[in-house]
Write a protein that binds this ligand. Structure first.
Ligand SMILES: *[C@@H]1O[C@H](CO)[C@@H](O)[C@H](O)[C@H]1NC(C)=O
Ligand SMILES: *[C@@H]1O[C@H](CO)[C@@H](O)[C@H](O)[C@H]1NC(C)=O
Ligand SMILES: *[C@@H]1O[C@H](CO)[C@@H](O)[C@H](O)[C@H]1NC(C)=O
Ligand SMILES: *[C@@H]1O[C@H](CO)[C@@H](O)[C@H](O)[C@H]1NC(C)=O
Ligand SMILES: *[C@@H]1O[C@H](CO)[C@@H](O)[C@H](O)[C@H]1NC(C)=O
Ligand SMILES: *[C@@H]1O[C@H](CO)[C@@H](O)[C@H](O)[C@H]1NC(C)=O
Ligand SMILES: *[C@@H]1O[C@H](CO)[C@@H](O)[C@H](O)[C@H]1NC(C)=O
Ligand SMILES: *[C@@H]1O[C@H](CO)[C@@H](O)[C@H](O)[C@H]1NC(C)=O
Ligand SMILES: *[C@@H]1O[C@H](CO)[C@@H](O)[C@H](O)[C@H]1NC(C)=O
Ligand SMILES: *[C@@H]1O[C@H](CO)[C@@H](O)[C@H](O)[C@H]1NC(C)=O
Ligand SMILES: *[C@@H]1O[C@H](CO)[C@@H](O)[C@H](O)[C@H]1NC(C)=O
Length: 545
C-alpha cells in the first residue's frame, strides 16, 4: 500500500474521529492505580515484527521504555526493573506505577511484512480514592427556612462524586437540589430543607477503578410544630370528681413545649397534659371555659395553636334532701310546702313526681320559679302520697322522697247489710267511712251505745228483739270529726221471707236445661246427615307449597 497515496484518507479518518493509530492500540485513556501494575495491550494478538519500540512522552520529552528486535529485548534505563514486554503480542507491563508515569505511550512496530505502524495511548496513574467525608455548612437546619450546603471531600485523582439519600440518588433538579463538583470535592446545596432531607445522606467518590463511600451523614432538620391537637376535642361536661385531663399533641422536632390557655388567658405551661387537678387548683374547678393549647418549638421558634374546646367542670350532686311540713296536716285546712335541695353542687333541673308519676301545677299546687319547692293550698285527701324530687345536672342526678300524710274524714259513713232476716239467721252489718287516720267505729242500737267497736256488727243468730235501728258512728281523732249512718233491721218468723230457690234447686234446673239443649242439638245433626249435601274433600284443593 502506498503510504503517501493513502494520507488524505488517513487525515479524513482522523477528522471523523477514528485515528489510524487506534488500529494498533485501544483508545485511551487507560487508568491505573498508583503503586499497581498496568499492561498496555496491543490490538490484534500475535505480532510478527522486525523491531518494536515503546516510548513514553511525559509532555516535554520522549523516553524509550523498551526496544525489541531480532537481537533481543532492551529496557530503557529510566524503566529498568519496572517494565516488561511480551514479545509474542507486544504487551507492555509497567509497575509499580508512580504518578510521573502518567502520560502518552507510543508504540512503533516495523512488521516483517508491510509498513511500519504506530500507535499512542494515554495512561493516567490514579491516586487511590480515600478519605471521603461529608461536612455541612449548618449543624442544624430549620425546615423551609434553611439552605444547607453539604460538602463532600475526598482524596484521589479524576474523582467523580455522587450523592445518595439512603439508596436513592440525589439528582440536581436545579431547584431544591443543586450539585457543584470540583476536583476533590462536591457541594450539594439543599434549598429550603425538608425533614425528608435528614438522611442518612451518603456521598461517593470514584474514579474509573475505585469507588469509596462516605460514612452516613445525618442532617438535623428541625420542623414543626404541626397538627397541634387537643384531646378530647368534643365539648364536655366533667364531674369535678372525675379523673380527667386534657392532652395536647404536636408533630415537632425537637418535641414541642406546651402552653395552656383558658379563655385566651395563659394558665400554665410545661407538659402536654393538663389535669383537672391543676384546673381545680387554679380556681377554675367549677367554671365553664374554652381550653386551648399552644405548641412551641424552641428551634424553629414557631408556635401553633390547637382548636379550642369548651369544658364545663361541674360539681356532681351527691344526694338530694327533701323536706315537707312537720305539723299534722288536715285536708281542707292545711297547706304544705315541700322543698328540695342538693346536699352539694347545684341542679340544672328539678322535677317532681308523686307516686312515681310526673307532678304538674294545678289550682292548688304551685311550683317556685326554679322548682326548688312546691306548695299545695289547701291540702286535700288526694294529696296523700310519696313526693319525689329529682335533681339533675350534666354530670349527676339524685333523688329524694317525702311521704305526705293528709288527715281527712271520716267521710259519710255507710252501712251495708241485710234489711230483714228470719229468726236464727246470721246478720252482718258493715260500716265504712274513708278516713285518715282510719276511723274509730262505734255502734248504737235504738240510740243506745253498744259494746261493738269494730266496723262490722255481727249477730250469729238473730232474735226478734234484734229488730231496730243500728247506727254506725265513725270518728277521726285527728280531725275530730264524726259521721254516722243508721240502718234498720227487722227480724221475722221462720219462712216469712221469700228466700228464693235453694242452691240445689238452681243446680237441678241448670242440668235439666243442658240435657234438653243436648238432645235438641243431636236431633238437628241427625236430620242434616240425612240430607245429602256437597262437602269439599281435601283432594278438591290444590295445596300450595
Ligand atoms: C507488578 O509486576 C511485578 C513484576 O514486573 C511483579 O513482581 C508484581 O507482583 C506486580 N504487582 C502487581 C500488584 O501485580
Ligand atoms: C505473552 O502472551 C502470550 C499470548 O497472550 C501468552 O501466551 C504468554 O504466556 C505471554 N508471555 C509472558 C511471558 O507473559
Ligand atoms: C463548596 O463550598 C465551599 C464553601 O461553602 C467553597 O469554598 C467551595 O469552593 C465549594 N466547592 C465547589 C466545588 O463549588
Ligand atoms: C443517623 O440516623 C439514623 C436513623 O435515622 C441512626 O440510626 C444513626 O445512628 C444516625 N447516625 C448518627 C451519626 O447520628
Ligand atoms: C387516672 O387515669 C389514669 C389513666 O386513665 C390513671 O393512670 C390514673 O392512675 C388515674 N388516677 C386516679 C387517681 O384514678
Ligand atoms: C365556684 O366555686 C367558688 C368557690 O369554690 C364559688 O365562689 C363559685 O360561686 C363557684 N361557681 C360556680 C359557678 O359554681
Ligand atoms: C425563618 O425565615 C423567616 C423569613 O424568611 C425569618 O423571619 C425567621 O426568623 C426564620 N426563622 C428562623 C428560626 O431562623
Ligand atoms: C281549721 O283550723 C282552724 C284553726 O287552725 C280551726 O278553727 C278550724 O276549725 C279548722 N277547720 C277544719 C275544717 O279543720
Ligand atoms: C317553702 O319552703 C322554702 C324552703 O324552706 C322557702 O324558701 C319558701 O319560701 C317556702 N315557700 C312558701 C310559699 O312558703
Ligand atoms: C332556686 O332559687 C332559690 C332562690 O329563689 C335558691 O336559693 C335555690 O338555690 C335555687 N335552686 C335551684 C335548684 O336553682
Ligand atoms: C227498737 O226500736 C224498734 C222500732 O223503733 C222497736 O220495734 C223495738 O222494739 C225496739 N227494740 C228494743 C229492744 O227496744
Amino acid at each position: 500500500m502506498d503510504l503517501l497515496a493513502s494520507k488524505p484518507l488517513v487525515l479524513l479518518l482522523c477528522v471523523v474521529g477514528c485515528c489510524a493509530q487506534s488500529a494498533v492500540l485501544p483508545p485511551g485513556p487507560i487508568d491505573a492505580i498508583l503503586g499497581g501494575n498496568v499492561t498496555l495491550k496491543t490490538i490484534g494478538g500475535k505480532l510478527d515484527f522486525n523491531f518494536l519500540i515503546w516510548n513514553f512522552n511525559d509532555g516535554s520529552k520522549s523516553i524509550n521504555i523498551v526496544t525489541a528486535s531480532a537481537s533481543g529485548v532492551k529496557v530503557g534505563t529510566a524503566f529498568t526493573g519496572r517494565a516488561s514486554l511480551n514479545v509474542t503480542n507486544g504487551y507492555l507491563t509497567i509497575g509499580p506505577l508512580k504518578s510521573e508515569d502518567s502520560g502518552d505511550y507510543a508504540i512503533t512496530i516495523n512488521p516483517s511484512a508491510g509498513d511500519t505502524v504506530t500507535g499512542e495511548v494515554q495512561l493516567r496513574v490514579l491516586k487511590p480514592v480515600s478519605d471521603v467525608s461529608i461536612k455541612s455548612s449548618l449543624s442544624e437546619a430549620i425546615e423551609l427556612n434553611s439552605t444547607v450546603v453539604l460538602t463532600c471531600s475526598a482524596k484521589g485523582s479524576f474523582l467523580q462524586f455522587s450523592w445518595l439519600r439512603g439508596d436513592v440518588p440525589i439528582v440536581d433538579d436545579g431547584k431544591r437540589f443543586t450539585v457543584k463538583n470540583g476536583e476533590l470535592s462536591s457541594n450539594l446545596t439543599l434549598n429550603d430543607v425538608l425533614r425528608t432531607d435528614q438522611g442518612p445522606i451518603y456521598c461517593t467518590a470514584s474514579n474509573q477503578l475505585q469507588l469509596a463511600r462516605s460514612a452516613p451523614f445525618n442532617l438535623t432538620v428541625y420542623y414543626g410544630p404541626e397538627a397541634v391537637a387537643i384531646s378530647p376535642l368534643a365539648p364536655l361536661y366533667i364531674s369535678s370528681k372525675a379523673n380527667f385531663s386534657l392532652s395536647c399533641s404536636a408533630v415537632s422536632s425537637p418535641s414541642a413545649d406546651f402552653l395552656w390557655y383558658r379563655d385566651q388567658q395563659e394558665i400554665g405551661s410545661g407538659g402536654p397534659i393538663l389535669t383537672l387537678g391543676v384546673i381545680n387548683s387554679l380556681g377554675f374547678g367549677n367554671k365553664t371555659g374554652n381550653y386551648m393549647c399552644k405548641a412551641q418549638n424552641k428551634k424553629t421558634q414557631r408556635t401553633v395553636s390547637s382548636a379550642a374546646v369548651a369544658i364545663a367542670v361541674i360539681e356532681p350532686i351527691p344526694s338530694a334532701e327533701v323536706s315537707g311540713p312537720a305539723a299534722i296536716l288536715i285536708a281542707g285546712n292545711s297547706t304544705a310546702n315541700i322543698s328540695c335541695r342538693a346536699t352539694a353542687g347545684s341542679a340544672a333541673s328539678t322535677t317532681w313526681l308523686k307516686d312515681k308519676q310526673p307532678l304538674a301545677a294545678s289550682g292548688r299546687l304551685l311550683f317556685s320559679a326554679n322548682m326548688s319547692w312546691l306548695r299545695i293550698d289547701p291540702l286535700q285527701k288526694e294529696d296523700n302520697g310519696e313526693y319525689t324530687c329529682r335533681l339533675e345536672n350534666a354530670v349527676s342526678s339524685a333523688e329524694a322522697s317525702y311521704k305526705m300524710v293528709v288527715n281527712y274524714g271520716p267521710e259519710q259513713a255507710t252501712v251495708t247489710g241485710q234489711k230483714a232476716v228470719e229468726v236464727n239467721d246470721k246478720v252482718t252489718l258493715d260500716c265504712s267511712a274513708p278516713s285518715v287516720p282510719p276511723a274509730i267505729f262505734s255502734w248504737k242500737f235504738n240510740n243506745t251505745l253498744t259494746d261493738v267497736k269494730t266496723a262490722r256488727y255481727l249477730i250469729d243468730m238473730a232474735l226478734y228483739k234484734n229488730t231496730g235501728t243500728y247506727t254506725c258512728e265513725a270518728y277521726n281523732a285527728v280531725t275530730g270529726k264524726t259521721t254516722a249512718q243508721s240502718h234498720f233491721l227487722s227480724v221475722k218468723e221462720e219462712g216469712a221471707l221469700d228466700k228464693g230457690l235453694s242452691d240445689g234447686a238452681i243446680a237441678g234446673i241448670v242440668i235439666a236445661v243442658l240435657v234438653a239443649l243436648g238432645a235438641a242439638i243431636g236431633l238437628i245433626m241427625y236430620c242434616r246427615q240425612k240430607v245429602p249435601r256437597y262437602r269439599p274433600k281435601t283432594s278438591d284443593y290444590y295445596l300450595l307449597p
